[in-house]
Design a protein around this ligand. Sequence first.
Ligand SMILES: [Zn+2]
Ligand SMILES: [Zn+2]
Length: 341
Amino acid sequence: MKPLLEITEKGLHCSAGGFYIDPWGAVDYAVITHAHSDHARWGSRVYITAESGREILRARLGANAVIETLSYGQVTTRNGVKVSLHPAGHVLGSAQVRVEHQGEVWVVSGDYKTESDGMIAPFEPVRCHTFITESTFGLPIYRWRRQTEIFADINDWWRTNQTQGRTSVIFGYSLGKAQRILSGLDGSLGPIYVHGAVAKFLPAYEAAGIRFPTTKDSSTFSLTSTRATSAMVIAPPSADNTPWLRRFGEVSAAFASGWMQVRGTRRRRALDRGFVLSDHADWDGLIATIKATGAERILVTHGYSEVLSRWLRENGWQADVVQTRFTSEVEEEGEVLPPES
Ligand SMILES: [Zn+2]
Ligand SMILES: [Zn+2]
């Protein structure tokens, strides 16, 4: 019997249901876990995504894309296969995909984070027989501190830069991370400027009822204004080492990412600070989630899949690597930063 989901040249396919999940080729029916560019590719005939992700997917795919939505937990049936979406806690509108056929249940995690960020629907483990999990940070060295502690560190760093007359510039992925950083900033400290790539996704978050400190367009920044050096700037990693940065005068630059857990990454990029803030599960989060699904079979993709699947086999699971063409978090914005070392 054919497995319920299998990797084909266009991506993860459900032949019984006639759809793909996060296909990398153009297909008829594409179920999309979230709008990061390595998961949501252009060219499919119909897209299905979570209701709260509609506007973000629209911003990614353009006005002509046909986008249908499901609210979390709502079930749709295709050729007798039940499909539903469940919160993944990764970025606004991110979903796990639950697929059920003749009593057999598979769940595809997409990217997920297990700590609630206080903005979007928090991650919910879903019971299943086979769980396809990402493993971006699937090494035991990756263990996150609580975000409240990270936000306190970021605000302290901002205050220190103000006393030294330097503009604070923090880099974070424009969809998800940048909004999360913004939500943790103390807006009473000074003006907050956002790069256009970050500003682009704010309306969708605000439409979902999420409140942010007041922001200004980074193109309106002026060094001659009296409070300029008290400012915080949020920008995508691709803005690092570009002429765009020069307008901010003397800056202290930081990067917020799970990769900052590894010190060499920060040094290579000549950053002043690295804040370990990730929109993915850490090692403990991955293991806790795998247990909570009750799945006997785990397929691991998207990251340190060999390490995690070996650990799972050694600890009694049936586990394998599935080779998807998903890339790592760093490539979601065309970054060249390698995850290793
Ligand atoms: Zn993602
Ligand atoms: Zn991803």
